[in-house]
Each structure stands twice: as structure tokens, then as C-alpha cells.
Design a protein around this ligand. Sequence first.
Ligand SMILES: [Cu+2]
Length: 382
Amino acid sequence: MNNSRQSFTYYRLGQYQGLKVLLLLFVTMLIGCTSAIAQQTRTYRIAAIEVDWDYAPTGINQISGNAFGESENVFVQSGKQRIGKVYRKAVYREYTDAAFTAAKAVAPQWEHLGALGPVIRGEVGDTIQVVFKNMTSFPTSIHPHGVSYLKNSEGAPYNDGTSGADMADDAVPSGGTHTYIWQVPERAGPGPMDGSSVLWMYHAHTDEPADTNTGLVGPLIVTRKGNANPDGSPKDIDREFVTLFTVFNENASHYLEHNVNHFTGKPKKTMKNLDDPEFQESNLMHSVNGYVYGNLPGLTMQQGERVRWYVLSIGTEVDLHTPHWHGQTVLWMGSRMDMVELLPGSMKTIDMAPDNPGTWLYHCHVNDHITAGMMALFTVTE
Ligand SMILES: [Cu+2]
């Protein structure tokens, strides 16, 4: 009697446990499905291409409104032994097809990117896939900051224990392609002090100093999970700008010899005098997104918009920059500023609520850099 009662109880308990397990399984599947919808793989086709880059396409000093004079001509005037304001550079550009024949048109709001590569985006939880084609004449790569990657998606050659196919990312040969896979975990997204999105960068890292001086740099923006529009941009921001402050050292470019041969009046003589300090000085392009003396276009916003500025720097000891906005203030990590500090490799995310209409100066506050043209204009419309 006792025995049968016990087994009956055990039987009932077992059935109850089974139901609990089924319910748990169902809930787990539901959660799995929901996160699978939220997480996605964002694919970008990006090529490194060669361009003849004009640092001052309007041909004048837009800050003064005047023609270039003696001090500007140190950097922008071509001559017998001067390259001038147009240099062959390599830049990252986005394509829409697998054959890399159709370049993606740059949307008007991103016209200001200038020499920078396209914005790569991820929301926390996403996977970013970059199909990279090297259309330049030198081996190069894409190396990302912030996101999570395996050794075969790091884009940097060093003695790291990899070999064979796992090194294909390090230096993609001319005409070659490589697919980089980057994960966007929580630790690639905004931290406790950040807003809804955070700036990282990507750049070539096969010969890092030469590659970046040649122009291979772009922005990577990660948005907090649940805060992203379908295109990955933050929901709580109306307008975004990305600005790179760097002194492109064209003396260290992969294309120095090409530039001397194509853009100087006396290439042979110039090639013999590459060490001339004045020639070297003339090739230090103090730029914002590859533009000098106010030639950067497209920094336009409306009064009252929620504006996010992503500012970065790359380079060497001279690349200590202090971007300063006239006429407005900004917030950086909760602190009120109208200027932020950048060191080589700095990436900062800054919020502005423009309240003061007009056209305003946006410049590096380092005196030598002001003289050399590291200045832009931005406009707040009513
Ligand atoms: Cu500066």
C-alpha cells in the first residue's frame, strides 16, 4: 500500500517536472528568436582606391575669403620643386556590387567626410562583414578599433603566431580581396558614461604610418543595443558629423615619387632634393577631413537639432589637436566644453545643441596649425 502511494507521487512529480522543462524550452526558443531578429550581419563592400586629392578645391582661403597669399602658398602652391595642393592619395570608398564596378554615391549629409572612408556601423549584437578590395598599387589592409575580431580579421602583420590563410588579412595584394568579420559585443558599444553611440576608427595597418599618411582612414560607429535605426544610426540624434584632424605628411606617402613626377615642374631635380626642409614643410597638409583653409564642405545643421560630432586624430608628435567650435558649446562625457583635446589615435563623441545661427569657425586651436590651414567653417541655420 505504502509502496504504491509512493510511486504514484513520484509519477505525478515527474509529469510536473516534464511540463516545467517544456515551458523552459519554449521560453528559451522565444528569447532566441527575438534576439536573432535584433542581431544582424551588416555587409560593406569597401575598396582602397587611388584618387588625385585636392586639399583646397575652391582655390581660395575660405576663412579669409581671399586668394591664397604668401603664408598659405607655402603649402598649396605648386612649382618647379613644389607639389602644390593636389596629391595622389589612397582612400577607402564604398561599392554596391560584388565586382566592385559601381561606386556608392555619397549621400549629401556625408559630403563632409571628404578623404575619410565611408561610415561603417554596428549595433551592439551585430556582426560586421567588410568585403575589402585593394585597388591601389601597394599591399594594404583594414584594421578596426574597438570591435572584436579573430587574427584573420585584424589587418595587421606582426609576429603574432599566425600563418598561412590566417595571414591573408595582413597585407592584401594589389587587385586582391579579403573579407573581414568583426563582432560587435557589449564591450564595443557605448560605456556607462557614453551616449547612445560611440566612435571607433578603421585604417590600413600593413605599413601603418605610410598607409595612413597616404589617406586610408575611416569612421566606425557603434550604437547601443535597442537605440539604433534600421541603418544603425542612433535614434535620439538628428544629425551626425565626423571630422579627422591630422597633418597628412605627404613626404611619408606611398605616392611621394608619383607626386613629384606628376605635380612638380622639375621632377628629377626635386627627387634629388627630397631632404630639403622647405620642400618637406610644403608637404605637411594640416587638414580636416583632407581639406585646408576652410575648404571642407557640408557642415550644415539647423538650430535646435540634436547634433553629434565624432572627432578623431591620427598621426605623430605634431598631431596634438584641439578642435574648437565658435558660437556654440558642446558636451563631452557630461562635461561642458567648446573645445576638445585629441592625441594621435583619439576618438571622441561630442554632442551639440546648436542654438546660435550663423556661419562659424571650427578650427584646431594649436597656433602653428591655424597658420597652416587646419580650419573649417560650419553653419547653423534658423
Ligand atoms: Cu592641430
